[in-house]
Design a protein around this ligand. Structure first.
Ligand code: UGA
Length: 435
């Protein structure tokens, strides 16, 4: 089967490499000639564990290629995936669909023979209808079926998520596409991954409902964490206690500095906007968005409180900048707001992240960067763990204590046990544990 992926960003690249690994013949297309040149030279523009090896193996096997040539790659394809970005539109939070619509036009101009056009980008309900309308208007002769097939990949675990999915959701209104999509995902189907066929609009909503529900779940446990601190309870045990109930489940109940990333913030906002447009507001999600936004700066204030209420002239080491570990992605990372709150209050911040520093330098001004955790901690009045990278899970406390100005740790991810840190003579503050 010949698959063309329009957009070689995070989703396009991971999906393209995985489809190639299933044995399909995949071409990843992008307008960015520099990106395509880099990919052809074996350089992967994002940090995703295992992706470089997967791309290299499939390029070597002749199943994966990169090009800027949309016409040829679309003409030859049985299936064309649209995997372009849908950023928040400036000003109103709606998803910006201009790249999706642009791709639809270009595909329509170049298709030949029956072609299944699949939207993988996260798009609001009704986008499939609009993509189909644009394509039919651009090329009334085109023999196409427009399908929705949202992705549920987590950054840092994307390849595993693609190859071992909880479910594959396919929304279609043209039955001819069903066989083609079944074939595309056949290796997973044989592994018994549930393949859920539904309508296009339902499929589009499943994507937003999934992300919104997960964001809600995180926000719920974050509010419970705040309550735990007030009433003298332990949020990790609350999470375990409720998570053992099979109806609730244990995942996505880690309290922390608030969710970030390229998906939850943008998708929750877009769902709120869609719901308002349809006069069916989703108040729970509106509140989730507001609570999460407040939380990020509140975590900065928590740090200030932990160092005695005044950070002017103090030196704070921040460990972890990316929105989560195993990625270099800084988009909407809680670290940005935490650091901003600290520098606004007059602190000098020195930060370290294993993969995110290049991106962080572009986004955060007025701070210093160190090349490891201990360097960052030199002369610091407190060390703050914002992202739970593995290398921060076993810090050498004795060494930290020697280099720091004062042994103070604020752990916004609860990666340590309070008694363990206290034993090393540190003052320790974490989230939702009445320490
Ligand atoms: C999320 C979803 O998990 C994927 O299923 C989805 O495909 C993806 O968005 C998307 O729409 O593309 P991702 O943003 O990569 O994936 O990362 P998550 O692992 O979901 O984490 C999101 C944020 O929530 C991070 O800031 C993380 O630290 C935070 N989080 C997560 C918590 O604070 N607590 C938790 O228990 C879990």
């Amino acid at each position: 089967m010949k698959i063309t992926m329009i957009g070689s960003g995070y989703v396009g690249l991971v999906s393209g490499a995985c489809f190639a690994d299933f044995g399909h013949d995949v071409t990843c297309v992008d307008k960015d000639a520099d990106k395509i040149e880099a990919l052809k030279a074996g350089r992967i523009p994002i940090f995703e564990p295992g992706l470089d090896g997967l791309v290299a193996a499939n390029v070597a096997a002749g199943r994966l290629a990169f090009t800027t040539d949309i016409p040829t790659s679309v003409r030859e394809a049985d299936v064309v995936f649209i995997a372009v970005g849908t950023p928040s539109r400036r000003g109103d939070g709606h998803a910006d669909l201009s790249y999706v619509h642009g791709a639809a036009r270009e595909i329509a101009e170049n298709v030949s023979g029956f072609t299944v056009v699949v939207t993988k980008s996260t798009v609001p309900v009704g986008t499939g209808d609009e993509v189909e309308r644009i394509m039919r208007e651009t090329n009334p002769q085109a023999d196409i079926a427009v399908v929705s097939n949202p992705e549920f990949l987590r950054e840092g675990a994307a390849i595993d998520d693609f190859k071992r999915p909880d479910r594959i959701v396919v929304g279609l209104d043209d039955e001819r596409a069903r066989a083609v999509m079944t074939e595309a995902y056949r290796p997973l189907y044989l592994n018994q991954a549930p393949l859920l066929f539904t309508t296009r609009r339902t499929s589009e909503l499943i994507k937003y409902a999934s992300n919104a529900f997960l964001a809600l779940k995180i926000t719920f446990i974050n509010e419970m964490a705040d309550l735990c601190e007030k009433v003298g309870a332990n949020v990790q045990e609350v999470a375990r206690g409720i998570g053992l109930d099979g109806r609730i489940g244990p995942k996505f109940l880690h309290a922390g500095p608030g969710y970030g990333g390229s998906c939850f913030p943008k998708d929750t906002l877009a769902l709120v906007k869609t719901a308002q447009d349809y006069d069916s507001p989703v108040r729970l999600i509106e509140t989730t968005v507001a609570v999460n936004d407040n939380r990020k700066r509140a975590m900065g204030r928590k740090v200030i409180h932990a160092v005695g209420g005044d950070v002017r002239g103090k030196r704070i080491a921040v460990l972890g900048l990316t929105f989560k570990p195993n990625t270099d992605d800084m988009r909407d990372s809680p670290a940005i707001a935490v650091i901003q709150t600290l520098t606004d209050a007059g602190a000098a911040v020195i930060a370290y992240d294993p993969e995110g520093m290049d991106n962080a330098r572009k986004l955060i001004e007025g701070i210093d960067f160190a090349d490891n955790a201990y360097r960052a901690a030199e002369g610091a009045d407190a060390v703050v763990i914002v992202t739970e990278w593995n290398q921060f899970r076993a810090l050498d406390f004795a060494r930290l204590k020697t280099v720091m100005n004062a042994p103070v740790m604020i752990d916004l991810r609860n990666i340590y046990r309070p008694d363990e840190v206290a034993r090393h003579g540190f003052s320790y503050t974490s989230v939702g544990r009445a320490d």
